[in-house]
Design a protein around this ligand. Structure first.
Ligand code: C2G
Length: 129
């Protein structure tokens, strides 16, 4: 079976995240999602509203997701791909080109982002709600 992996914060889970996850599960039979820990998010310069446990629980509850692991560093992708026998690394095209260096050990796919929704936008619209 084809194993797919992706990485992300998945804060304030929304349709953009769901669309991506559903598209990922079309790429292969097994889907692993690495959810960024709170500490790693700070390293990414991102602040998440929901703690890792909640974000991981929500992502893990999605039927197409087979396995959730923590994303703790930029450097873990290569070892994850080898450890889990990953065939496809896929992520939204806001990262286009950033992970081509992994193409010696797996297929690298960039998927189109869902328009007009992001956690940042949601936070803004909540302020005026
Ligand atoms: N996404 C999307 N459409 C949106 C918003 C997000 O397709 N409207 C996708 C992103 O492209 C990403 C995934 O959903 O593939 C998770 O988005 P984020 O939580 O913002 O992930 P990010 O912080 O970019 O983390 O090592 C990689 C990083 O951890 C990626």
């Amino acid at each position: 079976d084809v194993t797919v992996i992706t990485y992300g914060t998945f804060d304030m889970f929304h349709i953009g995240h769901l669309n991506l996850i559903n598209r990922l599960s079309e790429l292969g039979g097994r889907l692993i999602v690495a959810v960024s820990t709170d500490e790693f998010n700070r390293e990414k310069g991102k602040r998440n509203l929901m703690p890792y446990e909640q974000r991981a629980a929500i992502v893990g509850s999605i039927k197409n997701v087979d396995f959730v692991i923590p994303e703790e560093s930029w450097a873990q992708k290569r070892s994850d791909i080898n450890k889990y026998g990953v065939d496809v690394f896929a992520i939204g095209d806001d990262w286009k080109g950033q992970f081509d260096f992994l193409s010696d050990i797996c297929r690298v796919v960039y998927l189109e982002r869902t328009k007009d929704i992001s956690t940042t936008e949601l936070k803004k619209s909540l302020k005026n709600f």
